[in-house]
Ligand binder design. Structure first.
Ligand code: ATP
Ligand code: MG
Length: 455
């Protein structure tokens, strides 16, 4: 036998039984952002490498070591998108969406980063994000936080903890940077290798180090918040007041710097303590300078992106259940001359009940083997058309998941019966897809964040 080609490490399939949870998350997100008047935008998965280098910054983990970059046939250097903001701004500029206009946009889809695969960290992962353009004040920052808070409620998951910080304006940040470098140099022998490398190239990233041996150095570092310019300090105070007024809890984390260069003023992360090391489910902030940096007119901007796999893991952890997408009814056809009438009956049912998930048995076989397949399909009902039923234009209905006697129903009355049954099913919530773990890249890893099976 030929050898099976395997998927790329850190890139996962989403199997049919996983899909309902993904769809549920996408749908909840769509509903929430639409409730705030956001509109969807789609942009390519591949862009010129230069776009990401200019947007994200040369001395960042993403650009230094995480991008999938290749040469196109015409020699152009292209990269798979590692995040959405760069492509979104490019698309808006190119299509004139930012000329004297306010925009509230959302997007979703796969992102690619060459990271070490582990729980909550994949090479292809999926984000849902929003970007808001043309609004300079803290009110839109607050709205971005409200969207997150509402989404956690809509999903029925415990709210992750909100951490806030302000990076100040680029000028204030540059002043702080000098202070920080002097401080870090004074403690050079305590810095790990990564931090020494970053010391002169991107010293703020040292604050982001997760290495426990760096903790003391980081804790005693001068605080960004003590170096804020007046305008940023005021912006931050107003944002905090808006969140307080809305009753949204947060902690100020002066070490929160975010991994991308384009942020300024407000930055925030929603962090769950239920996901282990990769606890940040959603992150964002302001990037007022980016549009101009990419050749547009100065345009204030703010946004966030959430990691779908991490959020799905949180939904799983919280026991969120979602109805499966398998067939609800399975048509079994056994006997001479039943195929034509059976297919016609199924089409008539689909005309009347487009919402019914009806699978028709194809490929013949004995009644017994068809019933086995009906059972294995997960359907709740077997609709049986045999020679007897054909003779008196009826159908037998067998309940596959309930102790209920089999029924014989006129074909004319079948759609009405199924309509009533669907209504009952809808009220009782129908069958749910459960969750189960499956092996991933590493032992104990729930690959792709989520694996579920029909119960
Ligand atoms: P981290 O500190 O966890 O590496 P990040 O700062 O690189 O995150 P962002 O670029 O802010 O992440 O992306 C927003 C969100 O996308 C993250 O909060 C996380 O939920 C998710 N995310 C980022 N990288 C990955 C990945 N490799 N696999 C799965 N999810 C990811
Ligand atoms: Mg990262």
């Amino acid at each position: 036998m030929a050898q099976i080609v395997q998927a790329i490490r850190g890139m996962h399939d989403v199997l049919p039984q996983d899909i309902p949870h993904w769809r549920h998350l996408e749908e909840a997100f769509r509903q929430v952002v639409q409730a705030y008047g956001y509109e969807e935008i789609r942009f390519p998965v591949v862009e010129k490498t230069e776009l990401f280098v200019r947007t994200i910054g040369e001395v960042t983990d993403i650009v230094e070591k995480e991008m999938y970059t290749f040469e196109d046939l015409n020699g152009e250097r292209l990269s798979l998108r590692p995040e959405g903001t760069a492509g979104c701004v490019r698309a808006c500029l190119e299509n004139g969406l930012l000329h004297n206009q306010v925009q509230r946009l959302w997007y979703g889809g796969p992102m690619f980063r060459h990271e070490r695969p582990q729980k909550g960290r994949y090479r292809q992962f999926h984000q849902l994000g929003v970007e808001a353009y043309g609004m300079p004040g803290p009110d839109i920052d607050a709205e971005l936080v409200f969207i997150g808070a509402r989404l956690w409620r809509a999903l029925g998951i415990p709210a992750p903890a909100l951490q806030l910080n302000s990076l100040g304006t680029p000028a204030a940040r540059a002043r702080y940077r000098e202070r920080l470098v002097v401080y870090l140099e004074s403690r050079l022998d305590e810095l790990d290798e990564d931090s020494r490398r970053r010391l002169h190239r991107n010293p703020l990233r040292v604050l982001d180090s997760k290495n426990p041996s760096m903790r003391a150095v980081i804790e005693e570092a001068p605080s960004l918040l003590d170096h804020l310019d007046a305008e940023s300090a005021e912006h931050f105070a107003q944002l905090r007041a808006l969140l307080d007024e809305a009753g949204i809890a947060y902690t100020v984390n002066p070490r929160l710097v975010r991994g991308l260069d384009y942020y300024e003023k407000t930055v925030f992360e929603w962090v769950s303590d239920r996901l282990g090391a990769q606890g940040t489910v959603c992150a964002g902030g302001r990037y007022d300078g980016l549009v101009e940096h990419l050749g547009g007119r100065p345009t204030p901007a703010a946004g966030f992106a959430l990691g779908m796999e991490r959020l799905l893991a949180l939904m799983q952890e919280a026991g969120v259940t979602v109805a499966g997408q398998g067939p609800q009814a399975y048509l079994v056809m056994a006997g001479a001359g039943v195929t034509g009438p059976g297919l016609r009956l199924a089409e008539a049912l689909r005309d009347r009940l487009p919402q019914l998930r009806l699978r028709v048995h194809c490929g013949g076989g004995s009644f017994k083997s068809q019933m086995k397949k009906a059972d294995r399909s997960g359907a709740a009902l077997a609709l049986i058309l045999g020679e007897e039923e054909l003779a008196d234009a009826s159908v037998s209905v067998k309940f596959l998941r309930e102790q209920r006697p089999q029924m014989r129903i006129d074909q004319d009355a079948l759609a009405d019966f199924l309509e009533g049954w669907l209504r009952e099913e809808g009220q009782s919530g129908g069958r749910s897809g459960g969750w189960c773990d499956a092996g991933g890249d590493e032992p104990g890893d729930a690959s792709g964040g989520v694996m579920i099976s029909e119960t």
